[in-house]
Design a protein around this ligand. Structure first.
Ligand code: NAP
Ligand code: GLV
Length: 311
């Protein structure tokens, strides 16, 4: 069989599982990147954190697959050859796990789990009342691959779902808001605000006090987009005044979050270390192989990043 070389410069901790997954795909020869490797004849690259000089040093490079859905780090790298398409990661494993994270955190906020944890800590028997899911409007910033899948999950639990994107969407059960002009209406009265946006100049700092003020008093925030979507200095004041009641954060302006950061010790901030979702090695590699098959057959690649738009 004619094998296609795919150079692996993804996250190191994934290498072994990718090597394993590649065994089931005889059409792919997965080459772990190491300095000194012969780069001639390598047409496809899978990369996460840009390896300095690597993309430019591949004379036969035809496409760069981003290891994740968010491409801001790759786009910030001036060394990427402008003619090489960048494909962001869209694959069922990554999407499934993100929608589970969003559902998990939404239910956590719906059931105000922190009140139960505080009561347990104090040895206090304190049953509390929950509103019905259908009375808790949830809004998703970013109605792309991940936002739409999360919306579907939330709808099956009867949350009223709104979504905000650049272009208007027509999705059964989801109230669509489009563009900056409709952002205040989208935010108005939301009980749970979820961020699944890409990081671009337009979306940086979008989670700020001015926008929190549009939400219902005592709303919750879930940020699984990027750390820089949140104006971190605005979060604790919003929690202190009760405008926000709690937050779930998976991403931070600085990662790893330094041990002295006050978020670690805030009782109403639940944190995960930027692993709300990740590529699934088996389904991710199958998807890359499918895309390479299309490309070799002369068909256009899917999910190519628009470098001007930034996602
Ligand atoms: P996507 O399919 O490209 O969707 C992006 C969505 O954001 C689209 O609906 C887009 O609107 C909307 N959008 C972008 N800029 C906007 C703007 N200025 N105003 C309004 N809407 C805007 O991306 P995805 O695959 O869903 O991934 C989204 C992001 O999730 C990634 O970029 C990454 O930052 C984050 N992520 C995080 C993790 C994690 O573990 N925490 C894992 C994976 C991804 P249009 O549809 O109109 O273009
Ligand atoms: C992870 O953060 C991703 O962008 O896939």
């Amino acid at each position: 069989m004619n094998q296609t070389k795919l150079l692996f410069a993804g996250a190191d901790e994934y290498l072994a599982t990718f090597v394993e997954a590649a065994r089931t795909l005889p059409e792919i020869e997965l080459l772990p990147y190491e300095p000194g490797l012969d780069l001639k004849g390598i047409e496809y690259l899978l990369m996460w954190r840009p390896v300095p000089g690597l993309a430019a040093a591949l004379p036969d490079l035809k496409a760069l697959f981003c290891f994740g859905a968010g491409v801001e780090r790759l786009l910030a790298n001036p060394e990427l050859p402008p003619h090489v398409p960048i494909v962001r990661m869209v694959e069922p494993g990554l999407t499934q796990v993100m929608s589970e994270y969003i559902l998990w955190q939404t239910l956590r906020h719906h059931r105000r789990i922190w009140e139960l944890e505080e009561a347990q800590e104090a040895g206090r028997w304190a049953p509390h009342w929950y509103p019905a899911a259908w009375d808790l409007p949830v809004g998703i910033l970013g109605l792309g691959e991940l936002g739409q899948a999360a919306a579907q999950k939330l709808l099956t639990f009867d949350f009223p779902v709104r979504g905000w994107s650049r272009s208007r969407k027509n999705l059964a059960g989801v109230k669509s808001f489009a563009g900056a002009a409709e952002l205040p209406d989208f935010l108005s009265g939301l009980e749970i605000l979820i961020c699944l946006l890409p990081l671009t100049p337009e979306t940086t700092g979008i989670l700020h006090a001015g926008h929190f003020a549009h939400l219902a008093r005592g709303a919750s925030l879930i940020n699984a987009g990027r750390g820089l979507h949140l104006v971190e200095a605005d979060l604790q004041p919003a929690l202190a005044t009760g405008q926000l009641v709690a937050a779930s954060l998976d991403v931070f302006s600085q990662e790893p979050l330094p041990p002295e950061h006050p978020f670690w010790r805030h009782p109403r901030i639940f944190m995960t270390p930027h692993n709300a979702s990740d590529i699934n090695p088996a389904s991710g590699l199958r998807e890359i192989s499918r895309q390479i098959g299309r490309h070799r057959a002369g068909l256009p690649l899917e999910h190519v990043v628009d470098r001007q738009r930034g996602y």
